[in-house]
Design a protein around this ligand. Structure first.
Ligand SMILES: CC(=O)SCCNC(=O)CCNC(=O)[C@H](O)C(C)(C)COP(=O)(O)OP(=O)(O)OC[C@H]1O[C@@H](n2cnc3c(N)ncnc32)[C@H](O)[C@@H]1OP(=O)(O)O
Ligand SMILES: O=C([O-])CC(=O)C(=O)O
Length: 379
């Protein structure tokens, strides 16, 4: 029995992985050896999915059928949409609605989950279907919640374009689709983060992929993980409503011991490279719309935090103002994160199951010992 306790599993190695690597001291992130900056600038989300799932960047002749397969899987059955309708009517949180709907997809998946146990090919097919369908669920939820009918997916648009089309009922401007596609690229994988680990823990019992992804969505939802992007925007809105400057706001929060959402990271000691990429986009979108307020608040908070605490922004900090500038409702930011991260969840499950071992850590028992049992009538 080991005696060193690592709360939060900090620094514990649980697996070997060739998917993504993080240099937390230098602020570098690579997917399968490619720098995130190069991927963000030059690849589509579909190419990144292919990279994560197949191990190499696709050639044009590999990418085309892959994109077609993904596009053909976008439609979601009426039974699932009708549950989404009920959840939207009940004002269920959209991450919770997504979690429920993804779980429900399992019932209609052509691959039977009973025979799945550790079968990589089945998990890969399911991974493709779940990834293709998640944007349809998120867009349908948003439209139903707004009293509109869902827009059916199209197969002639990219993953990013099609999501924005289903969300707004019209084809997006190319510049917006490109920014959104880049956001999907930079959120797709990040080592053994909490939601990926949740997916792996579930997979390690030889459960099915829908269960893994459902576990992961639940883990991503929390404010210490993916849910922080929504909290960042709520904070910026509250700051805007207040009489304080951004620096005064941040100082007050830090002095009262509050955590500023979008700051700090378990692995990075310096600025998250994704925050660098997203902050440039947030600035560019703000400039184009002649509304730099959200970016400027964010910059001022970043500068204050760097000077006063040395704590740097993570991926969730600038995605918030960027999505806001794109007109995306705040409570969809985390579901959008999930629409991208599902690529990493599936890849890690597939990789882990190649040499699966049940994940089962221990706790140091600190409860009472040797108590005398007393029957209920005598207690
Ligand atoms: C996609 C993602 O999941 S990225 C992370 C998204 N989450 C957030 O942005 C929420 C805000 N951030 C945090 O709560 C944390 O930084 C986490 C959860 C991300 C990482 O937590 P941990 O690795 O456990 O760091 P830990 O909680 O030990 O913090 C270390 C120190 O930095 C401080 N700190 C960490 N984050 C913040 C923050 N956002 N604001 C203010 N102080 C902070 C802590 O108070 C602590 O200080 P102390 O040692 O004086 O007590
Ligand atoms: O790696 C982490 O712990 C959190 C994170 O940034 C991510 O999941 O993208």
């Amino acid at each position: 029995m080991p005696d060193e306790l690592r709360k939060g599993l900090e620094g514990v190695l649980v697996a070997e992985s060739s998917l993504s690597d993080i240099d937390g001291e230098e602020g570098r992130l690579v997917y399968r050896g490619y720098a995130i900056e190069d991927l963000a600038r030059n690849t589509s989300f579909e190419e990144v999915l292919y990279l994560l799932w197949e191990g190499h960047l696709p050639t044009e002749s590999e990418l085309e059928p892959f994109e077609e397969q993904m596009a053909e899987e976008r439609a979601v059955r009426e039974e699932v949409l009708s549950t989404v309708r009920e959840l939207a009517a009940a004002e269920e949180n959209p991450m919770a609605a997504l979690r429920t709907a993804v779980s429900m997809l399992s019932a209609y998946d052509p691959d039977d989950s009973t025979g799945e146990a550790g079968d990589g090919e089945i998990a890969q097919r399911k991974g493709r279907r779940i990834t293709a369908k998640m944007p349809t669920i998120v867009a349908a939820y948003k439209r139903l919640r707004d009293g509109e009918e869902p827009v059916a997916p199209r197969t002639d648009l990219s993953h990013a374009e099609n999501f924005l089309y289903m969300l707004n009922g019209e084809e997006p401007a190319q510049t917006l689709a490109d920014v959104f596609d880049m956001a999907l690229v930079v959120h797709a994988d990040h080592g053994i983060n909490a939601s990926t680990f949740a997916a792996m823990v579930t997979a390690s019992t030889l459960s099915d992929l829908h269960s893994s992804v459902t576990s992961a969505i639940g883990a991503l939802k929390g404010g210490l993980h993916g849910g922080a992007n929504q909290n960042v925007m709520q904070m910026l809105l509250e700051l805007d409503e207040s009489d304080l400057t951004a620096v005064e706001w941040a100082r007050e929060a830090v002095e009262s011991g509050d955590r500023i959402p979008g700051f700090g990271h378990r692995v990075y000691d310096v600025k998250d490279p994704r925050a660098r990429i997203l902050s440039a986009k947030s600035k560019a979108l703000g400039k184009a719309a002649d509304e730099l307020k959200w970016y400027s608040y964010s910059r001022a908070i970043e500068e204050f935090m760097a000077k006063e605490t040395g704590i740097a922004p993570n991926v969730d900090f600038y995605s918030a103002s960027m999505y806001y500038e794109m007109g995306i409702p705040i409570d969809l930011y985390t579901p959008i994160f999930a629409m991208s991260r599902v690529g990493g969840w599936v890849a890690h499950v597939l990789e882990y199951q190649e040499e699966n071992r049940l994940i089962r850590p221990r706790a140091r028992y600190v409860g009472p010992e040797d108590r005398e049992f007393v029957r209920i009538e005598q207690r």
